[in-house]
Every structure is written in structure tokens, then in C-alpha cells.
Design a protein around this ligand. Structure first.
Ligand SMILES: [Zn+2]
Length: 458
């Protein structure tokens, strides 16, 4: 009751509260459902995100598609009107919904008119509690999931995956290091019992966060306590530990991408050393710096690559930084030299202070317009749930400000001192080689023909 009173007070002090986007009053219902209500600046609309703490990472390679399949199944209908009837109800309320299963969570994403917010939440609640899973629905959902994953997993595709031909460079490296499943997860063998079990163990209020941003109804807190407070909590399940690097990988490899072509890609990938403070902000700034350094060297100075880039990627429990360049096939050796020279120069001289500060200020300035409107704000809270504490999300601008040149230099040295992994992607043969082969075959034909005529004349 105390939290209800508090939430009512919160919603009646809207205007001043709406200004600070990092301040969000969250509270927990007695059944463990975490609520985050944020009055937004846009009127007439609410953005709803229901984050369920179960994702692909919670399952072994063979059963990875379980939470994704269940997510689709939950849209198969709450009564005899089925999937179509469910969608018609949402249409009648003027809302739109979708759901996404990621490595870490399953999230229902809804945009709705403010005036129907409680009815939309009722419909979402009905979807969670009343959907009956039968074999027909399971088969239909399996087909959809299979199509989303790129169609039926053929023998050829599986063979290509085993030969590393079906993966991009970073995925291929993650497979080599034991951070990622070598083959695509399939859905055919998943059973109704398995799906029911996932639903029972993970779709519980104490494993969910409901985020609402926008023109919030003043009766919302009372409604949530009454309707959503009915959900029954379960004993929490343990998440599987994230995979760590288990095996070694070749330092350098050439990967085939397609059969014929003159393009190539160069990637240097390296695991990010773990920093005690401001890990993400430091590596975000280093990424910006390396991105710019690559652009200057690969594009402006040497004209080797049109769009070189630095990227950050997460595989299992390991973050990777990568330096990437799209090239002409014949330029690969020169690009490798330029990359090595750039790394050596950075190790020797460290970061240029002016450039670092300029890029840091730009990153801080970007924060002022990075998140606009109710929906973007709701998405932001969803992505930053781990950074929420005592009614506040961490302010990225302040955290970026806290990264010093010395800390960034130290992280850069640790990063570049590692040998890392070089991966070159290129098609099996170049255009020129194909031309020579065609010319050669043609030449042989002509010779053969001449020889035959000569023979006959004799
Ligand atoms: Zn899907």
C-alpha cells in the first residue's frame, strides 16, 4: 500500500519529474514484479516494454530456440478466435505489439494510445496467462521460427557451417574459441513439455520488469497492483554461466566468402581486457578513436578502404574489439602493413591528447540528443536495466566525462599488446582469374580446332 501511495504522488508531480530522464522511480509489487513508470514529454501515447528475464543464453546449443519458440507461441491466441482474433483485439485498441528474444531476455514491445493503456495491459496479461499451447500452434510457430532463421536448415547449409563457410569473421572466431554454438539451433525436436516448463519456470512476476513511459494514467499504480499483482511468483531459476574462451584459435586465417569476386575484408579481432572502472565507456571511447584512426590511415592517407571501422561485439562472456576494412582483393597485403604500422605507432606514442579530447566531447554531446521521445526512452531503460540503482539510471555523459586520457592509454596498451586474431574474408577466385581461365579454355578450343583441321587436310 505504501508503494501505491508513493506511486500516486509520483504521477501527480509530472512536469518537473519528466525533465530528468535518468531519474525513474521503480518499485516492486509483493509478487516480485518490478515496475518502472516514467511520465514522458509526449502526450496521448504510452510505450510499454515487458522484459522477461529469459533468453537464448539460458539454454544449451540444441535447445537454444526454446524461449524464441515460446515467444511466438504466446501470440497464438487466448480463445477460439485464435491468432487472428488476438490481433484484432489489439487493432481495436489502436495499439501495436511485437516481441523479441535476445541472448539475455524476451521482451514484449507495445506502443499504444494513452487512453487505452489499461486495456492494452489487460490484453498483454491475458496473453501471458490464458494462451493455451496445443500441437497445431506449436507446429505453426516452428515454421515461423524456422523461416525467420533463414528457412529450412539444409544438409548443405549445415555442412557449410561446419566448414566455417556460413559464418562472418567474428562469428567464425567465436565458434573457434568455444564462445558460440557451431551450428544453427533447430526447432523440430522441441516438445510441448519443454515449452510448458520454460513458461512455468521463467514467465513469473519475480522474473519480469514492466517499463512504461509516456502519458501515464493516474490510476495506473492501483490498476497494476490489482491486476498484475495477481500473478504468482515462482522459485527463481539460475541462469547458465556465460561461455568463456575454452579453446585456442589460429592467429591468422583466410575465410572464403562466395566463389567469384574482387572484394575482400580484413578483420583484426582482439578480446577486450576487463577494466575495473568504466569498462564500457573507456572502450566506447577507444572504439571512436580507433574508428577515426583507421579512417584516416586506410581511407584518407592510403585510399585502401572506403568504409573502415572499429566495432565492439559481445560473444558469451567475452567482449571483442575489432578493426575492419573492406578492400580490393589485391590490396590485402598492403592493408595488413598499414594496420600493423597503425598498431605499432599507437603502442609507441599512445593516444593523441587533442584527438582523444575532441572525440570524448563529441561522445558526451551526442548524449544530449541520443534518446528522444517515449519509445526511445523506454528502449533505453530496457537496454540499461543493469545500470539502475536507487531510483536512477547511470548518466552516460557523466561516466564518459570520468574516463581520463591515462586510463584510456592504459586500456589501449593492454588491448594492442595482445596478438589478436587476423581474419581475411575473400571469394575463392578473383574476377581476373576467372577471365584467364575462360581465355585459357577458349585458347585450347581454338588450338584443338586448328589441330583437327590440319589433321584432316593431311
Ligand atoms: Zn521471432
Amino acid at each position: 500500500m505504501r508503494c501505491l501511495l508513493f506511486a500516486c504522488l509520483l504521477l501527480s508531480s509530472l512536469p518537473s519529474f519528466a525533465l530528468d530522464r535518468f531519474q525513474v522511480e521503480g518499485y516492486t509489487l509483493p509478487n516480485g514484479l518490478q515496475l518502472m513508470l516514467k511520465p514522458g514529454a509526449d502526450r496521448g501515447h504510452v510505450a510499454i516494454r515487458l522484459v522477461v528475464g529469459v533468453g537464448l543464453d539460458d539454454f544449451n546449443c540444441d535447445d537454444k530456440e526454446l524461449p524464441h519458440l515460446l515467444e511466438h507461441l504466446l501470440f497464438s491466441g487466448i480463445d477460439a478466435t485464435g491468432e487472428g482474433g488476438l490481433e484484432e483485439r489489439m487493432q481495436a485498441l489502436g495499439g501495436e505489439w511485437n516481441a523479441y528474444t535476445s541472448n539475455a531476455d524476451t521482451t514484449f514491445v507495445i506502443e499504444a494510445p494513452a487512453k487505452n493503456q489499461r486495456k492494452v495491459l489487460d490484453l498483454l496479461l491475458a496473453l501471458l496467462t490464458q494462451t493455451r499451447i496445443d500441437d497445431n500452434a506449436i507446429n505453426a510457430a516452428k515454421q515461423v521460427v524456422e523461416r525467420e532463421d533463414g528457412g529450412h536448415y539444409t544438409h548443405l547449409q549445415r555442412w557449410l557451417d561446419r566448414q566455417d563457410l556460413g559464418h562472418t569473421a567474428s562469428n567464425q572466431l567465436a565458434v573457434e574459441l568455444g564462445l558460440k554454438c557451431p551450428q544453427r539451433a533447430e526447432v523440430d525436436h522441441l516438445t510441448r513439455e519443454q515449452l510448458e516448463k520454460v513458461r512455468k519456470l521463467w514467465y513469473a512476476p519475480n522474473n519480469m520488469t514492466l517499463i512504461m513511459v509516456g502519458d501515464l494514467d493516474r490510476l495506473l499504480p492501483a490498476y497494476l497492483e490489482r491486476a498484475w499483482g495477481e500473478l504468482v511468483a515462482v522459485d527463481p531459476s539460475e541462469h547458465l554461466p556465460l561461455p568463456e574462451i575454452r579453446s585456442s584459435a589460429a592467429h591468422e586465417r583466410t575465410l572464403s566468402s562466395g566463389f567469384v569476386g574482387d572484394g575482400a575484408k580484413l578483420h583484426w579481432l582482439v578480446p577486450e581486457p576487463v577494466l575495473e572502472d568504466e569498462h564500457d565507456e573507456t572502450f566506447d571511447l577507444l572504439k571512436d578513436y580507433l574508428d577515426w584512426a583507421l579512417y584516416r590511415q586506410m581511407r584518407l592517407v592510403h585510399s585502401l578502404s572506403y568504409g573502415p571501422s572499429a566495432e565492439r561485439e559481445l560473444f558469451g562472456g567475452v567482449g571483442f574489439m575489432s578493426l575492419n576494412a573492406d578492400l580490393e582483393r589485391d590490396d590485402v597485403p598492403e592493408a595488413k602493413q598499414v594496420l600493423e604500422a597503425l598498431k605499432a605507432q599507437l603502442l609507441k606514442d599512445g593516444l593523441d591528447a587533442d584527438t582523444f579530447n575532441r572525440l570524448k566531447q563529441a561522445a558526451i554531446a551526442r548524449q544530449a540528443w541520443a534518446v528522444q521521445g517515449n519509445s526511445a526512452l523506454a528502449d533505453y531503460y530496457w537496454s540499461a536495466l543493469g545500470d539502475y540503482e536507487d531510483g536512477r539510471f547511470a548518466d552516460p555523459a557523466r561516466e564518459l566525462q570520468g574516463v581520463t586520457l591515462e586510463e584510456a592509454n592504459k586500456a589501449l596498451r593492454e588491448l594492442l599488446l595482445q596478438p589478436g586474431y587476423l581474419r581475411i574474408e575473400k571469394p575463392l577466385v578473383g574476377d581476373d582469374q576467372v577471365m584467364w581461365v575462360i581465355a585459357g579454355v577458349f585458347g585450347l578450343l581454338v588450338l584443338g580446332l586448328l589441330g583437327w583441321r590440319f589433321h584432316r587436310r593431311k
